[in-house]
Design a protein around this ligand. Structure first.
Ligand SMILES: O=C(O)CCC(=O)C(=O)O
Length: 350
């Protein structure tokens, strides 16, 4: 990734923090208390670390190495797999609304399968190795994701236990996979004593995201009081991120978590994120089996496709969910959005 010095001024920065946060909840997938801990973590943080998940370290490291091989190519080689449509290779620009980050990435559609025209270009150089590594990793991600969502249903004491997992498990589900590379950027930090933003603050629109990174720090989450804390790295574990759709499905019991990534000074960070989404036509609404008698539904009715359109039209840091909250959106704003989009092609984000 080549960015000239003046161009660095265009990037957002934030103050360096030295706060070490030790309170990230940890869930051991092999223990009976996992289901209760998942619920507690999603209520308090919308985020937790998953250990004893059964995914072989080899599988993660293989893909990490393949991703590094891709990102280490020349800019002109990588650019052949971009710009993202939204799938494919992208650098610096995140989404279509002017968000910039100290990042390059690969975004793959993984349903019904990982081949889109841009993805083929990504796998062009060493199709077998890279593609096999992605496929092996994705199949592990699916397993972990379904297991977490089933334990979540158990912990919430709702039935059937696949009430959440059936959404990404559906053959038409809209899931995707992203590999991010944050090259080190010493100049930016030396200049102002501030960190360059690699990936600006946002919540994930999906149900959950399963994140794994190499041993380079940078990921931060926002606590409920708005404080940003750094997530200690652990390349053997996964971090589960509650998305906006999970917030709606649980009628606000779980909150999606704002997170961001700061670029480092000396080491490259590579992260891999599996985003579990429902089918495009799926209505995203509080689960009837979870609603108490006379509990008020906090959200207007919308489909995943409508939510994605709204996300596509917004900046990374915008609170898109408030458009769909009963208490905060004038009804005609939502209707207007639907009318405008009636004939528009569904643009995919993230
Ligand atoms: O790279 C990371 O650690 C997180 C990236 C992220 O939040 C995303 O890709 O949506």
């Amino acid at each position: 990734m080549v960015v000239s010095q003046p161009a660095l001024n265009q990037f957002l920065t934030c103050k360096q923090t030295t706060t070490k946060f030790t309170g990230i909840p940890e869930v051991d997938l092999s223990k009976p208390e996992a289901k209760a801990l998942i619920v507690k973590a999603c209520q308090e943080f919308g985020f937790f670390k998953l250990v004893n998940h059964g995914v072989p370290l080899d599988c993660m490291v293989n893909l990490e190495n393949e991703a590094f091989k891709f990102f280490n190519q020349t800019q002109s080689e990588k650019a052949k797999a971009g710009p993202p449509d939204p799938f494919g290779y992208g650098s610096v620009r995140i989404g279509s609304k002017g968000d910039l980050g100290w990042i390059e990435y690969i975004l793959l559609n993984i349903n019904p399968d990982i081949i889109s025209s841009q993805s083929l270009l990504i796998f062009r150089e060493n199709p077998e190795l890279f593609r096999c590594a992605v496929e092996e990793y994705i199949s592990e991600m699916k397993r972990v994701c379904y297991q977490v969502l089933e334990l979540m249903a158990d912990g919430l004491e709702i039935e059937p236990r696949d009430v959440l997992s059936k959404l990404p498990r559906n053959e038409k589900s809209d899931c995707c996979f992203r590999m991010n590379h944050y090259p080190p950027c010493p100049e930016a930090i030396a200049a102002k004593g501030r960190h360059l933003i690699g990936f600006g603050e946002h919540t994930d629109p999906h149900i959950i995201s399963v994140l794994r990174s190499n041993n380079t720090s940078g990921l931060q989450i926002s606590l409920r009081d708005g404080t940003w804390v750094s997530v200690p790295t652990d390349h053997t574990s996964f971090f589960i991120i509650a998305g906006d759709s999970l917030q709606v499905l649980t009628n606000g019991r779980f909150k999606s978590v704002k997170h961001r990534v700061l670029a480092g000074t000396s080491k490259s960070r590579v992260s891999m994120i599996y985003f579990a989404g429902p089918p495009l036509s799926e209505k995203i609404a509080p689960l009837p089996c979870l609603m108490r008698k006379e509990e008020e539904n906090l959200y207007k009715e919308f489909t995943w496709s409508e939510y994605k359109k709204a996300a596509y039209k917004s900046r990374l840091a915008d609170n898109r969910l408030c458009l769909f909250e009963k208490s905060s959106t004038p009804p005609n704003q939502l209707n207007k959005m639907r009318e405008t989009d009636q004939n528009a092609q569904v643009k995919k984000v993230f």
